[in-house]
Design a protein around this ligand. Structure first.
Ligand SMILES: [Zn+2]
Length: 144
């Protein structure tokens, strides 16, 4: 993350002063008029995507940590569901592979870790590997 992305400006609703917010700030007092400015929950969650992988997240975010973690978990579940929805029902092996890969990568950034989950398949089950790569790349290309 570059410093440019790290600092955000939110306009004070009272005086219009641009107040700097760091990603971990959930609220700040306007230096001009003293109004308490709160960052929206969604905004905070997006800013705190670091909590997904950062080992210091709990310390860094304090009481917001569990809420953010929950939100990220929900988002990940939604992504898995979307992925499964994009795969035909009859591809049972592929679908169960993604479910398993997802469960095993709970702590990883993103839905799963291809290095650990997909790569080993190449030797053990080349056919499945091919399908997994195909569906996953179709899914990621389609959603960006
Ligand atoms: Zn103000």
């Amino acid at each position: 993350m570059t410093p440019d992305q790290a600092v955000d400006e939110l306009e004070c609703p009272e005086c219009g002063y641009k107040v700097e917010f760091f990603p971990t700030d959930s609220s700040r007092d306007c230096p001009e008029c003293g109004t308490r400015i709160k960052k929206s929950r969604d905004r905070l969650r997006d800013d705190l995507a670091c909590a997904d992988w950062c080992p210091a997240a709990e310390e860094c975010l304090g009481p917001d940590f569990s809420r953010v973690k929950e939100a990220l978990e929900r988002k990940k579940n939604e992504t898995l569901q979307e992925l499964l929805d994009s795969i035909p029902e009859e591809e049972k092996e592929v679908r169960s592979f993604f479910r398993k890969a997802y469960r095993e990568s709970k702590d990883e950034e993103g839905l799963m870790d291809p290095e650990k989950t997909v790569k080993p398949l190449k030797d053990s089950n080349p056919e499945l590997h091919e399908k997994v790569v195909k569906y996953y790349s179709e899914f990621t290309n389609g959603s960006t």
